[in-house]
Design a protein around this ligand. Structure first.
Ligand code: PMP
Length: 433
């Protein structure tokens, strides 16, 4: 079955398929961190549905929540009508909201994907400010719909001004380890205040507290506070995209809690649906300028996702999984740093909580203006492959796909974390041979 399924899919499916290329496995069963393939092989899954599975695969509380809705006779498809399931999800989500946002928040169900919520956030701030342009950051990833895409990646797109994101290791200002974040902040201020810069008054700024797809680049807390000051002072709504960083992954329930900033709009998806599709924006009440019907969508009421999401949020909160992610992540990062000391090809290791990255470089080649060796995407692909051979699923990311990413579920045990790092170390040793 394994080979046949892979062959048929490679013939029938779009050439754009990605994970299926780098991870030629056929999952048939999954529980927690473990996936079992049609060929009977087992894998430790550190991709977790691109960071979606906070509780791993098929967690009992998630399955139970889904079954309860299925067995209750409640409608599964009900557009955006009020239901007890939606009420319970919203109550649980609001109980987790950071600081001042919790006092007077509004929620809008978008859906079903993260990119839909990003798009809704843009529409909201445009409506609220009467402006059109957006500010986003180099290396960002916000999704694949038109404006989300325009705010992502490297090229300049219509109406989006890209600002430098602090990336110490490949600091565009060549000051790595030093004043990069400060210079990036000044660049932003200058661009916004210089009438001749050609940047129109923006409708909003969108930022990831840790760039995920961009290669696991955590923003320094001080820099995020500067972005908050800069936007508050100029009355620019600040949109924080926590699609990937949310629900405990970085060591606090929401990643903005590290810096203490309060966003005007929070964009949420992935883990909030407990492995089913769900996406929302949560925002300050004053921004709620929508007219009924101003933002529609058929699939804004996925009852199963709301139930699975409520169960996930409650489980993470009640079991202190955010703190656990922070502590275990720090230990894993320390061990990855040890690996970097033994292997020249590891240029940088970084992360926050259970969002970890290891940037592979070509040590033979000369360093560039940023002081770093060039990225080594072919080596990263070889490491990913060697990991798979050893029963470990890892993701690649970063601007050059040279960052090996680990996004394990928050429920990963100490022993499993050791096994993951053992296999990764072994895979690196094999890939450079
Ligand atoms: N924002 C961030 C920070 C993301 O990581 C992603 C997905 N990786 C998205 C938005 C888009 O979400 P989706 O793929 O569900 O559209």
């Amino acid at each position: 079955a394994h080979e046949g399924i892979l062959r048929r899919q490679s013939l029938r499916e779009s050439a754009a398929r990605t994970y299926a290329r780098s991870l030629p496995i056929v999952p048939v069963r999954a529980r927690g961190l473990t996936i079992e393939g049609a060929d009977g092989r087992r894998y430790l899954d550190c991709l977790s549905g691109a960071g979606t599975l906070a509780l791993g695969h098929n967690h009992p509380v998630v399955l139970e929540a889904i079954r309860t809705v299925l067995d209750s006779g409640a409608p599964l498809h009900i557009l955006d009508l009020a239901t007890p399931v939606k009420d319970a999800f919203t109550t649980e989500l609001f109980a987790t909201l950071p600081g001042k946002l919790a006092e007077k928040a509004r929620i809008q169900f978008c859906g079903p994907a993260g990119t839909d919520a990003v798009e809704a956030a843009f529409t909201l701030v445009r409506m609220a400010t009467g402006q059109d342009g957006l500010l986003a950051f180099s290396g960002a990833y916000h999704g694949m719909t038109a404006d989300a895409l325009a705010a992502s990646g490297g090229a300049r797109h219509n109406g989006v001004t890209r600002l430098p994101y602090p990336y110490d290791y490949r600091c565009p200002f060549g000051t790595g380890g030093g004043r990069g974040a400060e210079l990036a902040a000044r660049w932003t201020e200058n661009l916004l205040d210089d009438e001749k810069s050609g940047v129109p008054r923006p409708a909003g700024m969108i930022v990831e507290p840790v760039q995920g797809e961009g290669g696991v680049i955590p923003a320094p807390d001080g820099w995020l506070r500067r972005m908050r000051e800069i936007t508050t002072g100029r009355r620019i709504p600040l949109i924080v995209d926590e699609v990937q960083t949310g629900v405990g992954r970085t060591g606090t329930f929401w990643a903005v809690e590290h810096s203490g900033i309060v966003p005007d709009v929070l964009v949420l998806s992935k883990a909030i649906g407990g492995s089913l599709p769900l996406a929302v924006i949560v925002y300050r009440e004053e921004l709620d300028t929508w007219q009924p019907g101003a933002h529609a969508g058929t699939f804004r009421g996925n009852q199963l996702a709301m139930a699975a999401g409520r169960a996930t949020l409650a489980y993470v909160r009640e079991n202190g999984l955010a703190r656990r992610a922070g502590e275990l992540g720090a230990r894993m990062l320390a061990r990855l740093s040890g690996l970097a000391a033994s292997y020249d090809c590891i240029g940088d290791v970084r992360g926050r909580g259970l969002m970890l990255g290891l940037e592979l470089v070509d040590r033979e080649a000369a360093t560039d203006a940023t002081g770093a060796h060039p990225p080594a995407p072919a080596l990263a692909a070889a490491v990913q492959r060697a990991c798979l051979d050893r029963g470990l699923i890892v993701e690649l990311g970063g601007r050059h796909a040279a960052v090996v990413r680990l996004l394990p579920p928050l429920t990963i045990t100490d022993e499993q974390a050791d096994a993951v790092l053992d296999r990764l170390a072994d895979a690196i040793a094999a890939a450079i041979r």
